[in-house]
Design a protein around this ligand. Structure first.
Ligand code: BDR
Ligand code: CA
Length: 312
C-alpha cells in the first residue's frame, strides 16, 4: 500500500520538485495534502506556488492548506534573494484557478487523527511552524505519526543563512526544537547531504531533454534558482535540497547516516538555529533522529528524472 504523506512546504522550485516526484510515484506514495507556511516568501505566495505546482501536475484534486504567516517567535526572515520575489521566478506558471482552504495546523491534526495510527508521514521541507502549532494544539499527534522526514539543518557543512544555521531551522528554531523533542520517529536530511546533489548543467540538460511541459517549466525555474548558489559557492549548479526527502522515502538505500541526538540552539544570537548534532554520542543523550549525511547523487538524479518523466 502506498505510504500516506502530508508535504509541509514553502515553494520554491526544490519544494516543487519534491512534490512532483511524490505525485509521480503513486505506487509508493499517496500525497494527502500540501500544507504551506511562510518561509522562502510569505505564506500567500507559497500557497499560490503550491496551487500552481499541483495544477502543473494536473492534480487539482489535492488540497492546499495555508498555514502560519510567520515563526512562533519574532518576524519572518524570507529569502527572495534566492528564488526571486514570487519564490518561483524564472518561469511563469498560470495563475491558479482555485484557492487554498482551511488552516494548515488544523488540517495536519485532523488528517493524522482521522487516519489509522502510524500511517501518516510528515514531509517537512520548510520552517516547521505548522507542525509545531499542530503539536501544541494536539500533542497526541506525535504518537500517531509514522515518521517525520525533514530537510534542514547542518552537521559539519556549516550554515547557509548564518555561519551556523540552515534556512529552514533558522527561520523558526523554536518550532524545530518542538519537533525534535516530540517523540515521533524523525529522519533529518541536512546540508551535508544536499550540498552533494547539485543541479549541474549536465543534469539540467537531461531534465530539459524529457521534452514535457513539466520538465520545461522546472528547467527554467532551476536555471534561475542555481544562479545564487553558483555565484556564492562557485559550483556547477545548486543543491536540489527538498526532493531528497521524497527520494529517501522511495529509495532509502541511496542514503547513509546515523541515529543520533539532535538539539536546536534557540538562544544565542550568534548560533541561533544551529542543529547541534551529537555525531559521536558525547552527551549520552538518547538518539531522537536518523541524520543522513551521505547520498548517491547520480542515482538520486536518475530517480528524480525517471519519476518526472512520468508527468506530462
Ligand atoms: C531549504 O531552504 C529553502 O530555501 C529550500 O527550499 C530548502 O527547503 C534549504 O536550506
Ligand atoms: Ca523548502
Amino acid at each position: 500500500m502506498a505510504r500516506a504523506l502530508i508535504i509541509d512546504t514553502d515553494p520554491s522550485v526544490d519544494d516543487a520538485v519534491a512534490a512532483l516526484v511524490a505525485l509521480a510515484s503513486p505506487e509508493d506514495l499517496e500525497v494527502l495534502a500540501l500544507t504551506t507556511v511562510a518561509g522562502n516568501v510569505p505564506v500567500a505566495l507559497t500557497t499560490k506556488n503550491a496551487l500552481k505546482i499541483l495544477a502543473l501536475a494536473g492534480r487539482t484534486d489535492i488540497a492546499v492548506h495555508p498555514g502560519a504567516t510567520g515563526p512562533l517567535n519574532g518576524a519572518l526572515r524570507s529569502a527572495e534573494y534566492v528564488n526571486g520575489a514570487t519564490g518561483m521566478d524564472g518561469f511563469d506558471l498560470p495563475e491558479p484557478a482555485r484557492a487554498g482552504k482551511g488552516y494548515a495546523p488544523d488540517a495536519i491534526v485532523d488528517t493524522i487523527m482521522a487516519r489509522p495510527a502510524h500511517s501518516v508521514t510528515m514531509v517537512c521541507i520548510a520552517p516547521m511552524t505548522n507542525l509545531a502549532l499542530a503539536l501544541r494544539k494536539a500533542p497526541g499527534v506525535a504518537g500517531r505519526l509514522r515518521e517525520i522526514v525533514i530537510m534542514g539543518g547542518a552537521r559539519s557543512e556549516a550554515g547557509n543563512i548564518t555561519p551556523c544555521a540552515e534556512f529552514n531551522i533558522f527561520v523558526d528554531p523554536e518550532a524545530a526544537q518542538m519537533v525534535f523533542t516530540c517523540g515521533a520517529p524523525i529522519t533529518l536530511i541536512p546540508l551535508d547531504c544536499t550540498h552533494q546533489a547539485l543541479t549541474s548543467a549536465g543534469r539540467l540538460g537531461r531534465l530539459r531533454a524529457l521534452g514535457t511541459p513539466v520538465a520545461e517549466a522546472l528547467y527554467h525555474l532551476l536555471v534561475f534558482n542555481k544562479r545564487f548558489h553558483e555565484r556564492r559557492c562557485g559550483t556547477d549548479g545548486a543543491p536540489l535540497h527538498d526532493a531528497t526527502t521524497i527520494a529517501y522515502l522511495l529509495r532509502p538505500e541511496l542514503f547513509s547516516g546515523r541515529h543520533v541526538n539532535v538539539a536546536v540552539e534557540c538562544a544565542s544570537g550568534l548560533t541561533r538555529g544551529m542543529t547541534v548534532i551529537d555525531w559521536w554520542s558525547v552527551t549520552g543523550k538518547a538518539a531522537n533522529a536518523q541524520v543522513l549525511t551521505g547520498i548517491h547523487a547520480d542515482a538520486y538524479f536518475d530517480l528524480v528524472l525517471e519519476r518526472l518523466a512520468r508527468l506530462a
